[in-house]
Design a protein around this ligand. Structure first.
Ligand code: CTP
Length: 420
């Protein structure tokens, strides 16, 4: 909770206290829905589950209750004192409705408005899906059923009305077939839920470009010159910008960090590729966050064939790469975009003086100064210790925090910069 006092615009946990109804229908993928429920609950959401009668053949309500700490309802709950509140109330009060897994039969019922069980009643009460009240449907079925014109027509009906359909994926199915029909992975559905619930944030309608990772400059077809950047801070910035409602383009050098759901991902390798991608993306961007560790030098003449050990290497002549932020500043001089440009300074000595010099030289609106040699800070670790510097000379040290928290703090500054 380090940053709660900084900027009340920014949600610390975008799913915190969001009310989610998770509908589970009768597919073997129902066991994966427990993992989804758990992920949503761990992210702070209030998850209530509704199981159809056939879902209960695969999995019990207790499994969902156990991971969510909330009610898991079945058709028997339709009768009795709670009945009215349940079938209408669950749908009415939800911020998000997810049906995962959704069988072909359940989608047919929903497309036709057949409300013969608690889940269908609640889904009808919730509505067809819209930006403010998203409905996510993750189909799961056996091979051939998904392609059937009837299923496709039902899906199209649901999509046209406002539902978002996730997957299904191709792969091994319970019947032994390898075909289209596997429910999307819980992490994918979780990512889309997070995306759907954060569209109204303070950066809604803004386009944000983020760069991440260490560029790779080829020496020969198998060897590269690169640096220790893991991409973690850049990817966290992209996630925080998404959580603030922005449309995000992430231009990243090779990285092992999972790609956040809902952004445009542009993989690059060398600094020259990153430069091209950044200049293009910045033509209509509101903000650029240049977190990538861009190589300053590259081999002059990368070998066309692998350099053999037996032939040896005397030296690898290097030449400077383009400074991407300098190229952005030149383009910005002509177009006025991006409105805000944030740089990062990776230093091992004289942190503030060096960062302040880069802020001026690269004509930035803010620089995030990072002593990469300090404990708990810099490359590969999950925490960071940074200072924010501004053209006015103002500097603001941020206490040791996770990279996600640093990212939220930086994005809160971008909100302020863009609102100026
Ligand atoms: N940067 C860039 N293009 C480069 C090198 C760096 O746009 N060819 C950006 C980085 O993404 C970062 C900022 O410039 O936002 C500062 O990068 P850093 O590596 O700290 O500084 P350099 O400009 O490379 O200077 P030095 O290596 O001398 O510290």
């Amino acid at each position: 909770m380090i940053f709660s006092y900084y900027n009340t615009l920014m949600p610390l946990k975008p799913l915190e206290s969001k009310r989610i109804v998770l509908g589970v229908t009768g597919s073997i993928a129902a066991y994966k829905a427990v993992d989804l429920a758990s992920k949503l609950a761990q992210a702070g959401a209030v998850v209530e589950t509704i199981l159809t009668p056939s879902a209960t053949q695969f999995i019990t309500p207790l499994a969902f209750q156990s991971v969510t700490g909330q009610g898991a309802y079945v058709d028997a709950n339709l009768w009795g004192a709670q009945a009215h509140v349940l079938h209408v109330g669950l749908g009415h009060t939800a911020d998000l409705f997810i049906i995962a897994p959704a069988t072909a039969h359940s989608m047919a019922k929903l497309a036709n408005g057949t409300a013969d069980n608690l889940l269908m009643l609640a889904a009808l009460a919730y509505g067809p899906g819209s930006a403010g009240r998203p409905l996510l449907i993750a189909p799961a079925m056996d091979g051939g059923m998904f392609e059937h014109p009837a299923t496709q027509a039902n899906l199209e009906t649901l999509r046209q009305r406002g539902a978002q359909i996730i997957g299904p994926e191709a792969g091994h199915l319970a019947s032994g077939l390898v075909a289209l029909g596997r429910m999307s992975e819980p992490l994918t559905i979780f990512g889309l839920a997070r995306y759907a619930l954060t569209r109204q944030g303070p950066l809604s309608g803004r386009r944000v470009v983020v760069t991440a990772g260490g560029t790779q400059e080829p020496v020969d077809p198998v060897r590269v010159l690169t640096n220790r950047s893991s991409g973690k801070q850049g990817f966290a910035l992209a996630q925080a910008a998404l959580d603030a409602g922005a449309e995000v383009t992430l231009i990243a050098a090779p990285s092992a960090v999972p790609i956040p759901t809902g952004l445009e991902y542009i993989p690059v390798e060398a600094a020259s590729q990153m430069e091209q991608a950044v200049l293009k993306a910045c033509q209509n961007a509101d903000a650029l966050l240049m977190a990538a560790a861009v190589a300053d030098f590259r081999p002059v003449n990368p070998a066309a064939q692998k350099i053999k050990k037996s032939s040896g290497i005397e030296a690898i002549p290097l030449e400077p790469t383009t400074d991407i932020l300098a190229a952005v500043a030149a383009q910005r001089g002509r177009t006025g975009l991006p409105l805000a440009v944030v740089g990062f300074a990776a230093e091992t000595q004289n942190l503030l003086a060096n960062a302040q010099a880069k802020l001026r030289a690269k004509r930035l609106d803010m620089i995030v100064a990072n002593d990469v040699s300090a404990p708990g800070s810099g490359f590969a670790v999950d925490t960071n210790r940074v200072t924010l510097l501004y053209p006015s000379g103002k500097s603001e040290p941020i206490p040791l925090a996770t990279k996600a928290e640093v990212a939220e703090r930086v994005i809160a500054e971008v909100v302020t910069l863009l609102n100026k």
